[in-house]
Design a protein around this ligand. Structure first.
Ligand code: C2O
Ligand code: CU
Length: 471
């Protein structure tokens, strides 16, 4: 019998031989070694330096998790090492990804058990602002702090002085200063607007100072990682131009007085020109409620101002070339009736063909339906031939807005409330207001099983989830 020790020494010998060739050559050309991302319980100073740190779950002990950054067309290689007390997975939100790497537990992979690992390896085809998060019990895991940025750099990044992430989250903090765990799975939240928080953080901090210099031009990458809260931001007296939505370039447009609305999971890239005198502070406001909140503030250093950009000197991002325009002639039409929730009048719903009364559904905490089906069914919503355009007509008959997210593709809104919409931006997550009808179109050019769900995570868990097959 080979003793363990012997086995190890044989291994060392083999390694010795391997060292003759440069270690990089062991990897395929252009590949980097796996970056380990380890979600685990830890604490984070969410509520301020004067308060005790809050127990959270975090990737690598950080909220947000480590920023993953690659060039467009480069491979992302991440080894998930699960040190959580629960099974998990990682979904790469907004990446038009190889299906096997999409990270949806129960659909594209099994959830990785506590103590297990999983290797993710995929090409990031489009430049832009993306993010990663669990796709197993995400309503709990994301609320506990699991999310991070995935940034894909343009071939020629725009001319800005700095590129900063602005990761907004709302936490539900109890009286004892820790995450309110009792509210996980609360039927009231699941059947209404989701589990809304009471504490806003930016980059995992309360009202952080963002040090800047007068005259600086900043690319700010905003993402809303909240379970359910639709947020809105404005930059006080600073000029801001939106240059990308959900990772895809848009023609630059100035921010209106209502600020920038960002539904859960959406991203917005803005160019902010820091205008002021050395020593000034300028707030960033969260303005989605009547009571505006200071989300963060720019603090201008004492350094002499940089030369101001001219107003006509705008940043225009190059469009990602690989996105194909939908072709409405010959498209496949798919209906999606959204029903249920509080004040939604749902009487019954189906699970894999079996009809359940609303009482039975409530007992299972399934209170929302797509076309009468509650939760993910064995059968997909539709099967689409690869390369064909699909048009999904979403009709929201519920009393709540929903942030509908399609995996593996970006789509365009082509109609809203019966009116045609021209040249809408590419998105991967679209807000559908109560009583609204929204038609979206995309070329189903990515084969696999793709989830389509509400990104208000309690709604997803309580029934608003379906999937598509691209053959
Ligand atoms: Cu951001 Cu299905 O998820
Ligand atoms: Cu929803």
């Amino acid at each position: 019998m080979i003793s363990r020790r012997k086995f190890l020494s044989a291994g060392a010998g083999a390694l010795g031989t391997a060292l003759v060739i440069p270690p990089r050559r062991i990897l395929a050309a252009g590949d980097k070694p796996f970056q380990i991302i380890e979600p685990k319980p830890t604490t984070a100073p969410l509520t301020g330096a004067d308060k005790p740190p809050v127990p959270v779950w975090a990737y690598h002990g950080l909220v947000p998790g480590p920023e993953i950054r690659v060039r467009r067309g480069e491979r992302v290689r991440v080894r998930l090492k699960n040190s959580l007390p629960q099974a998990t997975s990682i979904h790469w939100h907004g990446i038009r990804i190889d299906n096997a790497m999409d990270g949806v537990s129960g659909l594209t992979q099994d959830a990785v058990p506590s103590g297990g690992t999983f290797d993710y390896s995929f090409i990031a085809p489009d430049a832009g602002t993306y993010w990663y998060h669990p796709h197993n019990k995400s309503w709990e895991q994301m609320a506990r702090g699991l999310y991070g940025m995935l940034i894909v750099d343009e071939d020629t990044p725009p001319d800005v002085d700095r590129d900063l992430a602005f990761v907004a989250d709302d936490w539900l903090i109890g009286k004892d200063g820790t995450i309110d765990e009792k509210s996980f799975g609360n039927l009231g939240a699941w059947s209404h607007g989701g589990r809304l928080g009471n504490w806003l953080t930016v980059n995992g901090l309360t009202e952080p100072d963002i040090p800047v210099r007068a005259g600086e031009r900043i690319r700010l990458r905003l993402v809303n990682t909240a379970n359910a809260r639709i947020m809105a931001f404005n930059f006080d007296r600073l000029g801001a131009q939106v240059i990308a939505l959900d990772g895809q370039a848009v023609a630059p447009s100035s921010l209106g007085p209502d600020g920038l609305t960002i539904a859960p999971a959406q991203r917005v890239d803005v160019i902010v020109d820091i205008d002021g005198n050395p020593g000034d502070t300028i707030p960033v406001w969260e303005v989605s409620t009547r009571q505006r909140l200071q989300a963060a503030r720019f603090v201008l250093s004492k350094a002499p101002p940089l030369k101001k950009r001219q107003p006509e000197d705008v940043v225009v991002l190059a469009a990602n070339k690989l996105l194909r325009a939908p072709e409405p002639n010959g498209a496949q039409h798919i209906e999606l009736l959204m029903e249920g929730g509080a004040m939604g009048g749902l009487r019954e719903g189906r699970i894999d063909g079996r009809v359940l009364s609303i009482e039975e559904l409530i007992a299972k905490k399934l209170v929302w339906a797509f076309n009468g089906d509650v939760g993910r069914q064995i059968k997909p919503l539709a099967t689409i031939e690869r390369g064909r355009t699909a048009i999904i007509n979403m009709v929201n008959k519920t009393a709540f807005p929903h942030a509908m997210h399609l995996h593996g593709h970006h789509f365009r809104v082509i109609e809203r409330n019966g009116k045609a919409v021209w040249r809408a931006p590419w998105r991967d997550t679209e807000l559908v207001a109560r009583n609204e009808q929204v038609r979206i179109a995309f070329v189903a050019d990515n084969p696999g099983k793709w989830l389509f769900h509400c990104h208000m995570l309690e709604h997803q868990a309580a029934g608003m989830v379906t999937w598509l097959v691209v053959t």
